[in-house]
Structure formats: structure tokens, C-alpha cells
Write a protein that binds this ligand. Sequence first.
Ligand SMILES: Cc1ncc(COP(=O)(O)O)c(C=O)c1O
Length: 419
Amino acid sequence: MGIREVQASEIKMNRRLIEKLVEENGTPILVIDHRRIRRNYLEFKERLPRVQVYYAAKANPEPEIIETLYGLGSSFDVASLSEFNLVFEVARADMPLQNEQDFVWRHIIYANPVKKVDSLRELNLYKPLLTYDSIEEMRKIREHSPDAGLLLRIKVDDKKSVVKFSNKFGIEPENAIGLMGQTLGEGVKVEGLSFHVGSQCNDPNQYIRALQNCSEIFREAEKREYQIGETFTRGYPVKLVDIGGGFPVRYNGSEHDFRDLANSLSRELDRLFPQEEFDILAEPGRFIVANAGTLVSGIMLAKHEGRKVPTYHIDDGIYQTFSGVIYDHQHPTFKSLKSGKRKRSFVFGPTCDGIDAIAGNNPYIESLTPAILPHLEAGDLIVVENMGAYTNASSTNFNGFGGAKLIHINQTTSKRLKN
Ligand SMILES: Cc1ncc(COP(=O)(O)O)c(C=O)c1O
């Protein structure tokens, strides 16, 4: 992401609110705006009306976020037993016991293709929907979670996505039909197919090609008279297509437009997967929460004397809320509430480690460009927007710096609005 001049007035959050929250809580704080989360969820639903949203809890697993989405009728994608329990606890508080299994079946997918045996045993109580991509995992599921529903994850092209998964997950499409046959042959049912084109996907064709691969596999399965699909929801077999996450967010304006992607996807879904035969699921994470998070950090030390490049040490860094710089390949845009002539500036986090450089001067991430900031002093605030996804989720306590305090604004009732 390139360098660009940023004016204080471009900060979307109200300046007085930022100052008030800092006065009350100190820094660093990560402000989560639930109005934005609701807007993102509703936009996703509006532009892809056929698609059931399973929010990927890994992007930001704050219980308050799960509650807001649960209230809107969202379903959830979880990757571990602890994420499963997190979602289940929120839902359970709101429903009679006899609805629990139904909720899990209809509203949770455990979409990590590799699961611990203990987790499988515990999950089996709820008859969950799981993904797999190997015969070995299928046999584990058969033994330890025999009541589960299964989606076979295929490998897809993720070259044009910022975060890639295909090095690790997914069976080659040409081998999928073989594994499907073996699965059915060993007495395990298959509900459908899944894929993930990589996170922050910048090429709609990656989705389109993945959908075409799925369609071909379903066609071949039909030719071979494989019985696939789930019968629980509509009383007759409906095949599931899980199109994963990857929906792009506007970080700096050069990203692919979600509206355009949604149009292409809708067309292709209707062309390839008739509504009577197929249900479509998606697992957006970043799209739902990224722009809902604004980080406010304080400058602990400002070094100017004898330096060409002003250097700021702030109270949040690469081991904490900026962990996405490493794991999510983020290039944050730093803003200030102050105005004045802007200069290229280095920004460091609070730990004793040289990798803890979040704007410029990072020997391990050369592409991390300096921030463009006015002259700042210790005590001034740094504001970074679009920090809601893959930030606090991977924050550590390294060096005893625990990362930003989370502050939730614009929450409404957690009561479920619809099922
Ligand atoms: C299986 C799965 N689903 C969904 C997601 C969420 O992806 P995104 O945040 O790009 O929407 C991820 C991200 O790691 C994932 O691994």
C-alpha cells in the first residue's frame, strides 16, 4: 500500500469522542463501532441475498461482536472448540434447551479441516457441520463425531489474495470426486463442498473459477449417483456450497470493489446452483469487522533532535494490536488529530524487539513504508482506522504490554431479531 498524505479531518470517528474515550480509559484503546458491524452485515445480506452469512469468529472473537451479529440473525464459522463455545454461550442464553441442537446445525460451521479428537467427541453431542479435506480426517470424524455433517474443502487459486490458505488446505479438485466416493463408501454422509479463495481477495475470478470447479464436481457426483446433501432443513436433500471468506475491505482505495464482486458472484451462483437444489453459505470475517475498529495509541517518546526522520515510540505495537502487520500482512495508515506540515516518520511499538517497527525501518518487512505525520510530541495521539479484523484477535502479552483496551460503542439490544 502506497504512502499518501492524510489530513486529520479525514478521521471518520468524531474527534471529541476520541478525546473523551482517551480521557476515560487512557491509551491504547480499540474502539469497536457496532453500527458499522450492523451496516456491513446488512450490506452483505442485501448484495448476496441467497447467501447465509456465517461470521468467521477468528477475525474478531469479542463476545459483544458475536452478540450483535447473533441479534441480526447471523450464523457463525468457528475454528476451535473454544470459538464454538463462545458462540454457543451467546446463543444458549437466548433459547430453550430443545432448540440447541437445531441452532448448531443451522447456524454453526466448524470450518477448520483439521480437528482435535477431543473436540470432535465433544462436538458430536450437537451434530455439527464440519469441513474436511483428507481421508484421514474423514476417518477421524467417522470414529469420534459420527453424527456430524460434512463439507469437502477443495483447493482453489488464491494467488491474488493477500492471505493465502491453499498451501495448507483443500483437496485438488480433480481428486475431490474420488474422496467423496470413498467417504460415502465408508458410510459417512457428505452435505456439500467448501473452499476459501484467501483473505482480502482482489480477483473475483478466483471465486468464479472455484464455483465452476464445485459445479463440475457436483455434476460428476450426480452422474455417479452419489447421494449427497442435507435433509434436515427442507425435508429433501439440499446440497451445500460454502464459498468461504475473502471478501475485500477498502483499506487504501485500490482494493477490488465488493459491490462488483457481489454482482458477479450472484450471477454465477444463480447460473450454476439452482435454489431448489443448493443452499449457499459464506464465512466473511474481515468484511464484517475490519472498518468497525479504530485504534487510538499514545506517543510515549518523540525523537526529533539530530534526525532526518522523526521517530515515535507508541504504546501499542507488533506484538499487540498491530500483530496483523505480521500475520495479516497489514500496512496500517497512521493519522493524527493535529495538523501541520507532514513528514515521513518512523513508528515503533513499545517492546524491546527490533521487529516491533510498524511504520518504516523494519529490517524484516521492507515493504512497510514510513508514516506521513505532522510534528508530534510525547502525549499526542496516533489514530489508525480499519483495525477491527485480525488485530486484537492475535495480540499477545509480550514484554508485559497487553495491547489495547476494547471499547464498544453503538451497541443495541442483544436480543435475537430473527432466526
Ligand atoms: C475457513 C475460514 N473461513 C473464513 C475465514 C475468514 O476469512 P475473511 O476474513 O477473509 O473473510 C478464514 C480466515 O482465516 C478461514 O480460514
